[in-house]
Ligand binder design. Sequence first.
Ligand code: GDP
Ligand code: MG
Length: 163
Amino acid sequence: SKPIVAIVGRPNVGKSTLFNYIGKNRLSIVEDMPGVTRDRIYMDAEWLGREFTMIDTGGIEFETNDKILTAMRNQAKLAIDEADVIMFIVDGKTGMTSADNEVAIILRNTRKPVLLVVNKVDNMKNEADIYEFYNLGLGDPIAISATNALNIGDMLDRLVENM
Ligand code: GDP
Ligand code: MG
């Protein structure tokens, strides 16, 4: 079966935007039933002929009253259990937050590959925004912009190398 790639990160960092962008070529195949409105959580995608299944863990509702941090810990644990590769998305505009740190602590304890993706680097002249994220202890961060479609190819190259 196809490798599973879990997309993890705090709310509003751009997980769903990236998820939909990567999976857009397959959207027509897995279109939802008419009248059914819900966030898509699983989506098939491919890069350079390598097929994989993505999970947008942010689309999963754990408990209605879950605090953000609890929900993020649950996301990270789910990703560690279910995924072959984890994409940890952080926000280059906001910078590093304590919630990012909490998730990183969990992700550092897995042997599964973790790709640290700094989204919202909308102009690569701001690429220095990624350096603080080395402090998460998850290797080299990669700068992307999901809305401006910047560096997504390089990110996917790194993803399939780790599958
Ligand atoms: P999620 O909560 O992590 O799934 O985040 P969303 O995908 O819903 O995005 C949250 C907001 O960030 C939306 O308004 C997006 O348009 C915006 N966003 C996503 N990616 C980028 C990006 O690369 N650059 C900028 N400037 N905004 C982005
Ligand atoms: Mg989302």
